[in-house]
Ligand binder design. Structure first.
Ligand code: HXC
Length: 259
């Protein structure tokens, strides 16, 4: 697939792939093609053994200002059902490798939802997060009422969803929505630093650990604990478990092979 609206660097650094949303004039508004390209790129990177962590970013002005309103404006509910764009979003969510959103500028509507679909968020201090759909007569549709509420709690989520209020990177961090806030000039470097840390770990352990954390959003505690336990047992089938524990005993750095 040739990409028109994203740029993909499979090896931005060792074991780290970078996807840049690239519709700068439209503040990276997420049209259907961009989302299909993103899904395709993520599926390919997920299959690439060299890649252990993925970063999705935009530019200093915008991570993404939401779904493409111009493309959506004349849609009917039947159009939306037939297009079934959320199948694309579901596939993105199924990426097994850790994904970091590196956000600067606007992360609004679908842009905020995309960042929240990622596993961690690093933001530049000018980043603005919001679910402003209510201002255009609709409501969030790609997780904004669910992931945001789980991350920041009911009070702030209600306020953001019902008034369209934006929050700053600093507020987002205080509310538990994002991991780090850094000066705009270094937001991508900081995301790469975090990704480098992740990418030194065992890819199998990363996959099972990510799956287990995400499971906690879908199950009760006991079921989640059983799920975690099975994944924990499974890590002991890997060479990486032997290598990791052996390296600890031998007081050296582990070198994980992904086997
Ligand atoms: C299409 C968009 C867009 C969007 C910006 N643009 N956001 N085009 N869809 N979501 C376009 C503008 O039309 C304009 O192009 C150019 O990008 C620059 O935007 P301006 O508005 O001129 O910039 P500025 O004055 O700096 O304002 C920035 C902004 C504003 C505050 C981010 O653009 C804005 O409010 N955008 C919409 C945000 C939003 O409502 N997002 C939620 C969308 S619904 P032209 O060619 O006109 O100059 C959604 C639902 C998701 O996300 C559902 C699941 C998929």
């Amino acid at each position: 697939m040739n990409y028109e609206f994203i740029l993909v660097t499979p090896e931005a650094k060792k074991h780290i792939a970078l996807i840049q949303l690239n519709r700068p004039k439209e503040l990276n508004a997420l049209n259907l093609q961009l989302m299909l390209e993103l899904k395709d790129a993520l599926q390919n990177l997920d299959k690439n053994d060299e890649v252990r962590c993925i970063i999705i970013t935009g530019n200093q002005q915008a991570f993404a200002a939401g779904a493409d309103i111009k493309q959506m404006e004349s849609r009917t509910p039947v159009d939306l059902i037939k297009i079934d764009q959320f199948e694309t979003w579901d596939q993105i969510r199924k990426t097994s490798k850790p994904i970091i959103a590196a956000v600067c500028g606007f992360a609004l509507g679908g842009g905020c939802e995309l960042a929240m679909t990622c596993d961690m968020i690093v933001a530049g201090e000018s980043a603005k997060f919001g679910q402003p759909e209510i201002k255009i007569g609709i409501m969030p549709g790609a997780g904004g009422t669910q992931r945001l509420t789980r991350a920041v709690g009911k009070a702030l989520a209600m306020e953001m969803v019902l008034t369209g209020k934006f929050i700053s990177a600093e507020e987002a961090q205080k509310a538990g929505l994002i991991n780090r806030v850094v000066p705009d000039e270094v937001y991508l470097d900081e995301a790469l630093k975090l990704a480098s840390e992740v990418a030194t770990m065992s890819p199998i352990a990363l996959r099972l650990a990510k799956e287990s954390v995400l499971k906690s959003f879908e199950t009760g505690l006991q079921e989640g604990l059983y799920f975690e336990r099975k994944n924990f047992y499974l890590t002991f089938s890997s060479e990486d478990q032997k290598e990791g524990m052996n390296a600890f005993v031998e007081k050296r750095r582990a070198n994980f092979s992904g086997k």
